[in-house]
Design a protein around this ligand. Structure first.
Ligand SMILES: *Cc1c(COP(=O)(O)O)cnc(C)c1O
Length: 406
């Protein structure tokens, strides 16, 4: 990487991507967000910050992550399929890219503690890792039900020195963890830093997390050209909040020849409310969690219940830049259901010897469909994470179908 910078056209000063984004929060929090924005805009021009972050990407995360030409898969489906291997990063996914950025910023702002909510524990583990490295305390809020379900990640966070705080009200899952984390944050927004886990939330988070993730596409653009002499014709990424997708898309937004596909989780089918999390495909513009974007909501405007086999994808909205990219038709948003994703999960494991995260398997499943539609074309898939976390679940629930006996 010869040059490293975060100079992108959007959002505007108020954090808008077209009509989406912005900041819809109580006034006392707005003051804090303004401070974070100001601090971020300053350090993103600071050579020593950029060097420090880049050194960590190289020597701690193990960047650049390679691009692998999946030749067995390519041969089987008739297009050239390439994988950007974010699964090989330290901690096993792309989330470490923005957690390190947020942790360094918090440290430079003089904050003492990083806090966040987590569902399955992936964001919690990445943040606890960054906190340990940078030397900050870390509180991770997690629903009591999820704590019981995601035992290995809970243990990981504790070994890394984080405090895991159970959310004990309501359904005791992600939504309650968000409430609890927000409550914890409001008690002391001055010494704590709420590290949002995707390109969502009020300004400046959609911009900042996008910037920290954009390393993925910057690398991929150069690597792909070195490998093939060309740009990829298609790029595919899964979309939960949308950070790994924007991470790889951003460097290609101006390349009109490159088709971009964001893949949402269709769960058990997009026709039934509560059984999917296809926020762009089935949602409408609205405001929740401090920003305006496409969202799934019920009649009262409350966030809908959402579901996906991939717990990292079940969020009832999507980063505001995705809503903008949908409206201007720069990115095509598609969906993949549980069955298709699980089939791609086992397919990649067996054909290429790579066990993907179930989240990433959604992108892969769509790439396989695309290969049939556009035979001979090149398809770059962002393999956002590895599937170690998913193996027990996969075998218990889908093992029969794929001939696995334990
Ligand atoms: C969290 C997660 C996602 C979803 O988050 P985005 O912000 O949409 O990228 C996707 N893949 C993996 C492996 C994850 O851990």
């Amino acid at each position: 990487m010869e040059k490293y910078n975060f100079q992108y056209a959007l959002p505007d000063k108020e954090g808008y991507f077209g009509e989406y984004g912005g900041s819809f929060i109580p006034p006392q929090l707005q003051e804090i967000m303004d401070e974070i924005t100001e601090a971020y805009l300053k350090i993103k021009e600071d050579e020593s910050f950029l060097t420090e972050l880049h050194d960590l990407y190289t020597h701690y995360v193990g960047r650049p992550s390679p691009i692998f030409h999946a030749k067995n898969l390519s041969k089987k489906y008739g297009a050239e399929i390439y994988l950007k291997r974010e699964d090989l990063n330290h901690t096993g996914a792309h989330k470490i890219n923005h957690c390190l950025g947020e942790a360094l910023l918090a440290k430079k702002m003089g904050k003492k503690k990083l806090i966040a909510e987590t569902g399955a524990g992936q964001h919690g583990v990445a943040l606890a890792t960054a906190a340990a490295l940078v030397g900050l305390k870390c509180d991770i809020y997690m629903g009591e039900v999820d704590i019981a379900k995601e035992h290995p990640n809970v243990v990981r966070m504790k070994i890394l020195g984080a405090n895991v705080i159970p959310a004990t009200h309501g359904l005791k899952t992600l939504k309650e963890a968000v409430d609890a984390a927000f409550e914890g944050y409001l008690k002391d927004p001055v010494t704590q830093f709420y590290a949002i886990g995707s390109v969502v939330g009020p300004h400046p988070f959609p911009m900042m997390v996008r910037d920290f993730q954009s390393i993925v596409g910057q690398e991929a653009r150069e690597q792909f050209q070195t490998m093939t002499g060309e740009l990829p014709e298609n790029i595919v990424a899964c979309v939960g909040g949308g950070s790994n997708a924007l991470g790889i898309f951003t460097a290609f937004l101006d390349d009109k020849s490159v088709s971009l596909y964001g893949v949402e989780p269709a769960g058990k089918g997009i026709e039934r409310e509560g059984e999917h999390a296809a926020s762009i495909t089935k949602g409408k513009p609205g405001i929740m969690h401090g920003f305006k974007s496409y969202m799934l909501s019920d009649k009262r405007g409350e966030p809908s219940k959402v579901y996906s086999v991939a717990s990292g994808l079940d969020y009832p909205s999507v980063g505001p830049q995705h809503s903008y990219l949908k409206d201007i038709k720069r990115v095509d948003y598609r969906y993949i259901d549980d069955t298709e994703a699980m089939s791609a999960f086992f397919e990649l494991s067996r054909v290429e010897g790579i066990i993907p995260a179930i989240e990433s398997a959604h992108a892969l499943a769509y790439a396989i469909k695309l290969a049939k539609e556009k035979p001979g074309s090149s398809i770059l898939v962002n393999l956002s994470g590895r599937g170690d976390k998913d193996i027990d679940f996969a075998v218990e629930n889908f093992g029969d179908e794929f001939g696995i006996e334990l």
